[in-house]
Design a protein around this ligand. Structure first.
Ligand code: PGA
Length: 252
């Protein structure tokens, strides 16, 4: 079984470097306890990475991730940032977040390349999967998630799967305050593990950390973290509120 718990904070497009510095300072002061085997991963905008890194010096339970990367290592790709460029600053990369899929139109093929680029550069990809409200209503959630898993892992070797994290984030639950019910999350986690077991092995299926994301806050995090199969949470809105995020970290 996966042994670590990941509390990942996706700040999205919030915080200037000065605000980032303040937020991290307040967070590390406010968090009273980080349980053993818990990894807190802050994913600020790229502009804030050096600031956050220097603020986190000496706080070894905190790591840093990026919210997105471009699959090529360098080149004429205006406005993009590569895994190769940030690898000295971060350890994780969120890939295939629903906003990248639905606001920016990223397709499975590009997401697979991003997962592969993260691995190639020594970053742990956090591959996000999840169904839309329509898929959910039509009973297609499982198939959508399976298709995203199939595509997202298509360029990885079996060896590399040991360094992959999956975040199940139903699109309808992201940023809406409409968090999924724990029993439905447990059901989807079981299906995701089944998918890995059928395609690879029981060992891989049990070793892969699976996180829940979608309107997680200080009040509901424990309900997910208490699920047998849950290895953490991916938190959006509540991660820029240091008091709420501290509560989530302490809920582990
Ligand atoms: P939310 O976002 O917690 O604001 O719903 C989750 C996410 O973006 O990963």
């Amino acid at each position: 079984m996966a042994t670590k718990t990941y509390i990942v904070g996706n700040w999205k497009m919030h915080c200037s470097p000065a605000e980032a510095s303040l937020l991290v300072n307040r967070l590390v002061t406010d968090v009273k306890r980080v349980s053993s085997d818990t990894v807190v991963v802050l994913c600020p905008p790229v502009l804030d990475l050096t600031t956050v890194r220097s603020e986190l010096r000496g706080h070894d339970r905190f790591s840093i991730g990026v919210q997105n990367i471009y699959p090529m290592d360098e080149g004429a790709f205006t406005g993009e940032t590569s895994a190769a460029m940030v690898k000295g600053l971060v350890e994780y990369a969120i890939v295939g977040h629903s906003e990248r899929r639905h606001v920016f139109g990223e397709k499975d093929g590009l997401i697979a390349q991003k997962v592969s680029a993260s691995m190639r550069n020594g970053l742990t990809p956090i591959l996000c999967v999840g169904e839309t409200k329509t898929d959910h209503a039509n009973g297609h959630a499982k198939q959508v998630v399976f298709d995203q898993l199939e595509a997202g892992t298509s360029l990885l070797t079996e060896e590399e799967l040991h360094d992959l994290i999956i975040a199940y984030e139903p699109v309808w639950a992201i940023g809406t305050g409409e968090n999924a019910e724990a029993k439905d999350v447990a059901g989807m986690f079981a299906r995701i593990r089944e998918w890995f077991e059928t395609k690879y092995s029981k060992t891989i299926s049990q070793a892969i950390p699976i996180l829940y994301g979608g309107s997680v806050n200080g009040g509901n995090a424990k309900m997910y973290l208490d699920l047998d199969d849950c290895n953490g949470c991916l938190v959006g809105g509540a991660s820029t509120n240091y008091k709420d995020f501290a509560k989530i970290i302490e809920a582990v």
